[in-house]
Ligand binder design. Structure first.
Ligand code: PMP
Length: 429
């Protein structure tokens, strides 16, 4: 496959943009080589500037559940733009999208829009602290909540470690009130609540994790999270930036039957435009300024063009719900990839919920960050490029989830399995 124009574009970008990318996940750091530069996306496919087509399993890292340039979304965005793109004053589409979110997610009574998932997670932490009057936040190793200082904390291997920032530029003080636990660790959770429960403002987690590769929560873990937070008066915050409107219309919490206090949203609610939101119980949300004292603001928050994209996306998802078809395609893909790996003699763990999945090159089940790290990232890198050469664009890291889109067909799934069969045979050697 010829990728010379992408190579030149990346070299040019590197002179004026750090690393040539505006978000590190795009840099192919986990797989080596030069990132492809995209010219356009249509439906389930991306085309790079060399003219190569790829079946897209990244979907902008989650938002593009309808595929690229969906006609209904395009039309809504174009129409909204004609009326002006930002007012710094209320507009009706903000209320309309908030109403759609409230209807979609039973635990949500009120919504505040921001412009990214990072902003939403950061604001949810402030809200949890402002609401409870406490400082401690519990997070889980391997969960990502954006580049929020207080949440940018690496894992310790013990059940409980005091937060250590994992980026230069994050002062120790910023993470001193962040406690990191192992995902799915019920004992660790009980211990931390027994020791510090009455000082914990909130527990934030991805209810199904996408950011260490796809990892599922155990039922006991979820039940204990809800029981302990309720008992100690801490808020349970589900970060559904990836899973919201993805695993079900009402997100992971609908699929699992859970009832968090606060939900963090992003990606799909913006239909490919910059939107994040934090949402939840009215008594909690009414602490946000100007209804309450917890300050949070944004020049472009509730941007009418972005709201139009979100509204069009959610309306399409209710008019023609793709979830059962996505799950069926996911099942087919899972079965095909498992069989192909077995035939190639390559040990894998295929974790999947609905349209989100990760093929871990690991010999034993992946249930948390430590077990995720047992995966053979070098073998994944070879697999990634073998798939690229066959026109299938997977997330460029072993530790990310892949996404099916509603624009994909059974034929696309069959093509992916066929490509994987050849790629797995290649990496078996
Ligand atoms: N939370 C989760 C679960 C995410 O997956 C992401 C982004 N991948 C974020 C928060 C941050 O969102 P954004 O990149 O829009 O800031």
């Amino acid at each position: 496959m010829n990728r010379t124009k992408s190579a030149a574009a990346h070299a040019r970008a590197q002179k004026v943009i750090p690393g040539g990318v505006n978000s590190p996940a795009r840099a192919f750091g986990g797989v080596g080589g030069i990132p492809i530069t995209i010219a356009r996306g249509r439906g389930a496919y991306l085309t790079d500037i060399d003219g190569n087509d790829y079946l897209d399993f990244i979907g902008s890292w989650g938002p593009m559940i309808l595929g690229h340039a969906h006609p209904a979304v395009l039309e809504a965005v174009i129409a909204a733009t004609h009326d002006g793109s930002s007012f710094g004053a209320p507009s009706e589409p903000e209320t309309e999208l908030a109403e759609l979110v409230v209807e979609a997610i039973p635990s949500v009574e009120m919504v505040r829009f921001v412009s990214s998932g990072t902003e939403a997670a950061m604001s949810a932490v402030r809200l949890a602290r402002g609401f409870t009057g406490r400082d401690l936040i519990v997070k889980f190793a391997g969960c990502y909540h954006g580049h929020v200082d207080s949440l940018l904390v690496s894992a310790g291997s013990s059940a409980l470690t005091l937060g250590v920032p994992n980026s230069p530029g994050v002062p120790k003080g910023c993470t001193a009130d962040t406690l990191v636990l192992r995902y799915n660790d019920v004992v660790g959770l009980r211990e931390v609540f027994a020791a510090k429960g009455d000082a914990i403002a909130g527990v934030m987690l991805e209810p199904v994790v996408g950011n260490m590769g796809l990892v599922l929560p155990s039922p006991e873990f979820r039940a204990e999270l809800r029981r302990l937070t309720r008992h100690h008066g801490a808020l349970l915050v589900y970060d559904e930036v990836m899973t919201g409107f993805r695993l079900a219309y009402g997100g992971a919490q609908e699929l699992l039957g859970d009832d968090p206090d606060v939900t963090v949203l992003g990606k799909i609610i913006g239909g490919g435009f910059p939107v994040g939101a934090y949402a939840g119980r009215a008594d909690v949300m009414k602490k946000i300024m100007p209804a309450g004292p917890v300050f949070q603001a944004g020049t472009l928050s509730g941007n009418p063009v972005a709201m139009a994209a979100g509204i069009a996306t959610l309306k399409q998802l209710t008019a023609d719900p793709p979830y059962s078809r996505l799950d069926r395609m996911g099942q087919q893909l899972e079965a095909g990839l498992r069989a192909a790996a077995a035939d190639a003699g390559v040990p894998v763990q295929l974790n999947r919920v609905g349209s989100m999945w990760t093929l871990f090159f690991a010999a034993t089940p992946v249930t948390d960050f430590d077990t995720a790290k047992t995966a053979d990232a070098k073998r994944f890198a070879r697999f990634f490029w073998a798939m690229m050469d066959r026109g299938v664009y997977l997330p460029c890291s072993q530790f990310e989830a892949a996404f099916l889109s509603a624009a994909m067909t059974d034929a696309d799934v069959a093509r992916t399995i066929q490509a994987a069969r050849a790629a797995l045979a290649e990496v078996a050697a």
